[in-house]
Design a protein around this ligand. Structure first.
Ligand SMILES: [Zn+2]
Length: 306
């Protein structure tokens, strides 16, 4: 019997201030809660239309706002999984020292539990930046899976160049450059070794998706910028993988008309109108369905690959 082909759609609920921080820009107060107040509903509609449950990685500090906690709880009640995206989304999490790394991960999970009643099974690191030390903490805490490794040369190059450009303009980006050795990490679910980008017997890793061959990024930003036709092509370039893990962000269903005008010069994806973004994400997921993939939560995928 051949193994079933599984796919997951996960969404990092980075609130809008995160994007201003990346670019070193001041945050407009009116835009601060858009992901929970507006994007979640659009994501739920999308998930229903696709028949695909979502896995939502929440930042603990965002859940101090009662409206955000209520919106996330409602998503859980509709069948979506709740994951842990740390307490404060510190882009320099890996440099904070073991005690603070532990606190960031534990308190992030606790905030999600208090808000929704669900204890997150999975963790995703801020900015996909992870180290052996963070994996050691995840193992200690008994996390069922991690979903942070992104072995994508195109993304690594773009991120490194963007940080350099922001610095050259005299602003300070909160992002940090990742160890390039992550680019050689496995692209399919694996147990991490030491170093974590090699196979071993540690925490189960469900890497961020790249295509077969050139390892192009198959994530919300590339799919929404590609548009429906090329998004379908990107999805087909992942077919054959035992698991396809499409990672989105809340901002992937928002655009400049939602009050993000100030990001327009810095982030090309906010210029794409939301209906076109939704069409691109749907086209990619439908292509996977036609290829025989079943959409499950990441918790379910982790159980299948454990
Ligand atoms: Zn994030």
């Amino acid at each position: 019997m051949s193994r079933p082909r599984l796919a997951s759609v996960s969404v990092d609920l980075d609130e809008i201030p995160c994007y201003y921080e990346i670019h070193g820009l001041p945050v407009p107060p009116a835009a601060a809660g858009l992901v929970y107040d507006r994007a979640l509903e659009r994501l739920d509609d999308l998930a229903r239309a696709l028949g695909a449950p979502l896995t939502l990685f929440a930042i603990g500090r965002d859940l101090e706002r009662p409206e955000a906690a209520a919106a996330l709880r409602a998503m859980r009640e509709r069948g979506h999984e709740i994951g842990n995206h740390s307490l404060d989304h510190r882009y320099d999490l890996t440099r904070l020292g073991r005690a603070e790394i532990t606190r960031q991960i534990e308190a992030g999970a606790e905030a999600a539990f208090v808000a929704t009643g669900e204890r997150p099974a999975g963790f995703r690191a801020p900015g996909y930046t992870i180290t052996d030390e963070v994996f050691g903490v995840l193992e200690e805490l008994g996390v069922a899976y991690d979903a942070s490794v992104f072995p994508c040369p195109a993304y690594w190059g773009a991120k490194t160049a963007a940080i350099g450009l922001i610095r050259a303009r005299g602003r300070q980006s909160r992002s940090i450059v990742d160890d390039p050795r992550v680019l050689a990490a496995p692209t399919r679910p694996y147990r991490v070794g030491r170093p974590y980008y090699r196979r071993g017997h540690g925490v189960l890793e469900l890497p961020i998706q790249v295509t077969r061959g050139p390892r192009l990024p198959f994530i919300g930003t590339s799919v929404t910028l590609a548009g429906p036709t090329r998004a379908r092509w990107l999805a087909r370039a992942c077919v054959g993988e035992p698991f396809v893990n499409l990672e989105l962000h809340g901002v992937d269903v928002l655009d400049t008309s939602d009050g993000l005008e100030a990001l327009r010069p810095h982030q090309p994806d906010v210029r794409v109108p939301t209906p076109r973004k939704l069409a691109a994400i749907s086209a990619a997921c439908e292509a996977l369905k036609r290829a025989g993939y079943t959409f499950v939560t990441m918790r379910e995928a982790a159980a299948a690959f454990a």
